[in-house]
Design a protein around this ligand. Sequence first.
Ligand SMILES: [Mg+2]
Length: 471
Amino acid sequence: MGTSNPHLDRHREEGPRRILHLDVDAFLAAVECALHPKLRGRPLVIGGLAHERNLVMSSSYEARAFGVRSGLLLAEAQRLCPTAIFRRGDSQAAARLGHHMAQVVMRFTPQVQVTSCDDFLADVSGSTRLFGAAFEIAQRIRAAVWNEVELPITVGIGSNITIARLAGKLAKPGGVAEIWPGYEATFLRGLPVEHLPGVGYRTRRLLERFAIRTAGDLRSVSREVLFASFGQLGLVLHDRAGGLDERRVEPTWIANREGLLVRRAPKSIRRDGTFEPEESSRRRVEAMLAYLVDRAMSKLRSAGLQVVSLAVNIRYVDTRPPSLRRAQRAAAPAERAAAASENATRRVSRSLDGASDSTDRVAAEARAMLRSLPRRRALVKRVGIELTRLRPAAGWQGTLFSQPAADRAADSAGGAAGSHADRQRQLDDVLDGLRERIGFGRVLRGSSLPLCETHELKAEGFRLRTPSLNQ
Ligand SMILES: [Mg+2]
C-alpha cells in the first residue's frame, strides 16, 4: 500500500487531538452506484431481489425517503417503495472499494484505523502543518474519495473518537462537521443519550426510568449511582457523556522494517456463507464450509499467522408452514422443544492439537466438527468458520516445518518423499501464489466443487451472500 510519509509525524505539535471519523453513506447502495452509475439518484434496495425471503442490508437515501430501512423484509420494502430497484449487493466489490478508500485516506496521515469495511478513524493531529486544519483535511479527503473511488462520505471531527463519531452523525449524509476543542461539553449537554456509543434500546429505557434523557442529565448523576445501577458500563457512559475518551486511533496498517505498510495482525478471522434459497443438500453445505475454510486459511497465511482454535457455526431455518409448526408444538413437550430449536444457530468450538496453518488439516477438523453437530431436518441458512487464538507463524512451527517455503520446495525437489503434511504445505504455498496472481476463484480445491451447482464462480471466487462485511 505504498510507503508512509516520514514528514507526517515530524512536526507533531502539542495541542488538542484532531480525530476524523469517516463513514460511507449508505455503503452497499453506494458501492452499487459506483459500479453502475445509472443507478445514482434512484431508490435502491440492497439485500436481494424483491421476491426473495431476505432482509434489507442497505438502501439509498432516495429509498429511505419512502421509509425503507435496514432490517426490513424485502417484500415490505417493495410495498413501501414500489419503484425501488432491488440488487443483491457485491461484497467483494465493497471490500475492494473500502480498501481503495483506505489508501486515499492514508495519503493524509498514517494513523488510520479501519474499524469496518466503510468506517475509518484517522488521527490528523500530526498532519495539519502539511495539509491545513482538520476541517480542510476532511474536505480534501472527501473530495479525493469521491473523485477516485466514487463513494460519498461523511466526516465528523472531534478531539477524541467519541466526539468525532457524534459529530459525524450530525453531518450525515455527505457533510463535514467539527466540534471545536473546548466546545465538547456544550455540544453534549443537550444530546439525547441514545446517541452515545454503548447506549442501546435497553439501556435507554433503563436510563429513562431515572429521568435521564440527555448526556447532560447523565453527567449530573454521580458515578457511584451509575456504577451501582449499570456496573462498568455506567462509568464508561459517565465519561462519554462528559466528552472524555482516552482511546487512541490504532493504525490498521503499520510500516515494517523496509518501510512498507503491512496490515496489523487480525485477532480472529471469520468467514460466513449464506444460502439463498436455503440449502437441503448436506454435500453442498460441507462444500461451502470447505470453501470458507480455504479462504480463511489463505488469509491466515498471508498475515503470517497460525491458528490454535476454531469454531464452526451453522444456522437452520424452519420452513414448514406456520399451521404445521403450531400443530407440532401442540403435540408433545419433547416435540415442542425440538420444534422451537429448529430455527437456531448451532456452534461448536475446538482447540487444535498445536498451532497450524494447513488448509487440509483445518478443513478436516472443521468438517468433523460440523458432522459432530446434531443433524436437523430443517434447511441450512448459513454456515461459517471462525479462526481464533491466532499466533505468529515464526516460533510456533515445529522443527520439521521451520524452514522457509523456498527451502522446503527445494528439499522435496531433491527427491526425498515428503510426508502428507509436507505435500499439503507445498500445495498451500503454490495455491496461495497462484491465486494472488490470477484470482482466488481460478483454482478450486475439489472439496469446494459442489458449490458450482448453486453459486456463480468469478475470478475473485464464488459470489457469496455475506451477512457481515467485517474484514
Ligand atoms: Mg456507513
